[in-house]
Design a protein around this ligand. Structure first.
Ligand code: ME8
Length: 489
């Protein structure tokens, strides 16, 4: 089976921060986990480069929008590379091929009679690139503030084109209700349904004179396409739609933050339906990382610039990946704490994983090769620990997955403690310890790819899907490094 996983495409009006990293890390975790579960997995990420927000940021810096996004994109690419993110395509909405797909889709919607001209008057948050009904805004000193960014919204009164999404209200409601696995975690299903009740038609065009940096509406050159419609279509243009190649990938599994739930679970499936496309397979939603309760982001002061983070603080990207997955139940918001990163680094990465690995490799490197048979008792214990793996995968429970992996390493340490291979020279004990380490290191791959690959290399076994990991093989160990030197103890 092929799995097509996407992240949202990021607004490159600032460098990536730890909130942006979170969505990418979760998507990469799912991609790598799918691979070790034996699936073919492809992950898409990229940048949402059009729209008023980018246009305005570029203008403030005295740059052209294209010059600005060309400069910004390298921060995202470099960061994702540094964090070992595995994507098959990095899409930019200013790619000509993508722009052509947007025009094609808008033309198709127009010909099908789903688009009509009208006027829009309402409050607009530039940071969200979205209109808000007055009832959803925060009123403060006679000003209206965006509920997400806490910043004053703008009042716009202009001509536009509308997409008749309200015609599909009943359809989307019954789709969400009857497809229980469409939205994960399930708590977000009710929230999605609550958006449907108040759903009106969607304004999908902007006057070109206000937003010139966007795709032109193909049937009216005085307008440009609303940035969210442009952005959502990236999930199709990246896989070649409307050419048949898209069929090798679609339907997608989207990973998103909770702030963009409505666009992905209500607007997007309706847009797809209008284009005669199947809805996404699944939308996985996560909460926010906060600092003092506020969402970390470009608009909150405490921006955690990840391009500096791993250099200034703890120079180990795997430790951040681990912390993000270990500490955050995805259905809730989590408060970021660098002390928390140090704590899991010392207590779990160094003391449990690193320690187990170091102990077993110190003994094994004294032998040119370690051969043996897996003890049925060891096998049973391991199988017992990972028996919930399929459920953890299908329900998407990253922190539970981290705990299962940690249990394998705890088992390794217990086994070493019990059998004391440094006293008892039975090679089979060492073999079994290396076998447990091999399972643990394979499971570590989606969490700590850099460490997992390095450590697998040291014990002389290549990374492979979990179903082959149980096959017996010899180990050739040449070194015994400290994977996670302790910090600030
Ligand atoms: O929304 N904690 O882009 P974006 C957790 N371009 N996640 C966070 C976060 C935080 N503090 N801050 C941001 C957009 N995110 C659109 C998407 S897709 C067709 C278009 C997450 O750069 C956020 O929830 O504002 C979202 O999932 C992602 O970062 C991109 O946010």
């Amino acid at each position: 089976m092929r799995v097509y996983i996407t992240t949202p495409i990021y607004y490159p009006n600032d460098k990536p921060h730890i909130g942006s990293l979170y969505t990418v890390v979760l998507a990469d975790f799912l991609t790598k986990l799918s691979k070790i579960m034996g699936y073919e997995a492809y992950m898409l990420t990229g940048l949402d480069e059009h729209g008023y927000k980018i246009y305005r940021s570029a203008k403030e810096l005295g740059k052209s929008p294209l010059e600005f996004v060309d400069e910004m994109q390298k921060y995202f690419r470099e960061s994702w590379e540094r964090f070992q993110v595995d994507y098959f395509r990095f899409i930019r909405t200013s790619d000509k091929q993508h722009e052509d797909v947007v025009k094609y889709a808008i033309e198709m919607l127009y010909e099908k009679g789903y688009i009509y001209k009208g006027k829009y008057a309402g409050h607009y948050c530039v940071k969200c690139e979205a209109f808000y009904p007055t009832s959803k805004l925060i009123k403060e000193d006679n000003k209206y503030l965006c509920p997400i960014h806490n910043k004053e919204v703008e009042f716009l009164d202009e001509e536009t084109y509308y997409l008749k999404i309200s015609e599909f209200k009943d359809w989307i409601k019954s789709f969400i209700i009857s497809n229980k696995s469409f939205i994960t975690p399930k708590g977000y299903r009710n929230e999605a349904i609550s958006y449907i009740n108040e759903l009106g038609d969607l304004s999908i065009a902007r006057p070109r004179e206000r937003v010139p940096w966007a795709v032109e509406v193909p049937f009216d050159k005085d307008f440009t396409v609303y940035v969210w419609i442009d952005a959502l279509l990236n999930y199709l243009s990246a896989i070649g739609w409307p050419d048949d190649t898209y069929k090798d990938f679609w339907p997608a599994t989207h990973i998103i933050g909770k702030d963009i739930l409505k666009f992905h679970t209500v607007v997007w499936p309706i847009l797809l339906k209008m284009l005669d496309m199947e809805p996404p397979r699944r939308v996985i939603v996560h909460g926010f990382w906060t600092v003092k309760g506020l969402k970390i982001g470009k608009s909150v002061k405490d921006v955690i610039d990840i391009t500096k983070l791993y250099v200034d603080s703890l120079d180990n990207v795997d430790a951040y990946r681990y912390y993000l997955m270990r500490n955050a139940p995805i259905e809730k918001d989590s408060e970021l704490s660098l002390d928390g990163v140090y704590r899991v680094y010392n207590d779990e990465l160094a003391d449990i994983i690193g320690n187990g690995f170091r102990r077993v490799t110190t003994l094994a490197m004294k032998k040119s090769v370690v051969r043996g048979r897996v003890d049925p008792e060891v096998l049973e214990k391991i199988r017992n620990i990972i028996k919930d793996l399929n459920g953890v995968y299908s329900k998407f429970l990253p922190s539970q997955y981290v705990i299962l992996t940690l249990k394998v390493f705890k088992q390794l340490n217990e086994y070493l403690q019990e059998k004391q291979p440094w006293k008892n020279r039975d090679e089979n004990i060492l073999y079994n310890a290396l076998f447990i380490a091999k399972i643990g290191l394979t499971m570590l791959y989606p969490i700590l790819p850099e460490t997992s690959k390095k450590a697998m290399n040291i014990i002389g076994t290549p990374l492979k899907p979990l179903k082959y990991v149980f096959l017996e093989e010899s180990f050739y160990v040449r070194e015994s490094p400290i994977l996670f030197p302790k910090i600030r103890d």
